[in-house]
Write a protein that binds this ligand. Structure first.
Ligand SMILES: NC(=O)C1=CN([C@@H]2O[C@H](COP(=O)(O)OP(=O)(O)OC[C@H]3O[C@@H](n4cnc5c(N)ncnc54)[C@H](O)[C@@H]3O)[C@@H](O)[C@H]2O)C=CC1
Ligand SMILES: Nc1nc(O)c(N)c(N[C@@H]2O[C@H](COP(=O)(O)O)[C@@H](O)[C@H]2O)n1
Length: 227
């Protein structure tokens, strides 16, 4: 049992999701940010890796007052459950994702995380220990499903997205391609990590939508299931 997992990201025309210094950049335009807010509001949970928390300090809150009101009217918290994948419990207790906006949080750590940092995080979030050295993403998905997460949005970054693809946990990939070039061999891309080597390992995608948004393109891919 696991949630439906969809990844949403914005990349430059040359396939980078931030600069080589991992500095957050605005790739999406106003209409795309509105679309992101809508799909976030339609999700039960939203997940990021600790690399993104440390680089961007995102809140991952729903921004539109109307969308927040609609969630309340459905009996939901204003913001989806926010989930940080954080093997060593490096999330700062002052991070926006733990402090901004009402709602539930889960920080997923491994058994190798220092006890003191785990205890400090328990003041702000539910901490789940899944995995020995790194976070076992399959176990985490099971934990999220038992907490009622049916639709999970993944915001990145590239290392987490790679880990999810490697574990066969991605159902859909939504990519906004913006009208800019970032460049840099060390700049993060949508799926980093070590990468697949053999062609028979590559996840296969089916193109489910192409749309012009702002001055870029929105692509929606559905991951083909193995027969
Ligand atoms: N343009 C966009 O749409 C977005 C861009 N970003 C950018 O991505 C960059 C951050 O990406 P990364 O450094 O790759 O960090 P990340 O956010 O992907 O976090 C990776 C970390 O997650 C932890 N982790 C634990 N278990 C794991 C597992 N099983 N698989 C994978 N990771 C696991 C590890 O500590 C790992 O270093 C930033 O520069 C940020 O601005 C992030 C989100 C969206
Ligand atoms: N969809 C999208 N377009 C961009 O141009 C971006 N830079 C990002 N970045 C992601 O948005 C997060 C910000 O979240 P909050 O506004 O703090 O809620 C950031 O951390 C990236 O995950 N996304």
């Amino acid at each position: 049992m696991r949630p439906y997992v969809f990844v949403n990201l914005a990349m430059s025309a040359d396939g980078k999701i931030s600069t080589r210094e991992r500095r957050q950049v605005k790739i999406s335009g106003a209409d795309d940010f509105k679309r992101v807010d809508e799909i976030k509001a339609g999700s039960d949970g939203i997940m990021v890796g600790i690399g993104t928390v440390m680089a961007d300090d995102p809140s991952l809150t729903v921004k539109s007052p109307e969308l927040k009101a609609a969630r309340r009217a459905r009996g939901e918290d204003e913001h989806p459950l926010r989930v940080v994948v954080d093997s060593m419990a490096r999330t700062s207790p002052d991070a926006d994702i733990l402090c901004k906006g009402a709602g539930q949080r889960v920080v997923a750590v491994s058994a190798a995380a220092p006890a003191g940092r785990v205890e400090a995080l328990r003041e702000k979030a539910e901490v789940v220990v899944v995995g020995e050295k790194g976070v076992d993403l399959t176990l985490l998905m099971h934990e999220l499903a038992t907490r009622g997460v049916k639709r999970l949005m993944v915001e990145g970054g590239g290392t987490l997205i790679w880990g999810l693809f490697k574990a066969g946990l991605v159902d859909e990939l939504i990519t906004y391609i913006g009208s800019t070039v970032i460049g840099g061999v060390d700049a993060p891309t949508p799926a980093d990590g070590e990468g697949f080597v053999r062609e028979d390992e590559f996840p296969r995608l089916e193109l489910a939508g192409v749309e012009r948004v702002d001055d870029g393109v929105l692509l929606r891919w559905v991951v083909k299931k193995e027969e």
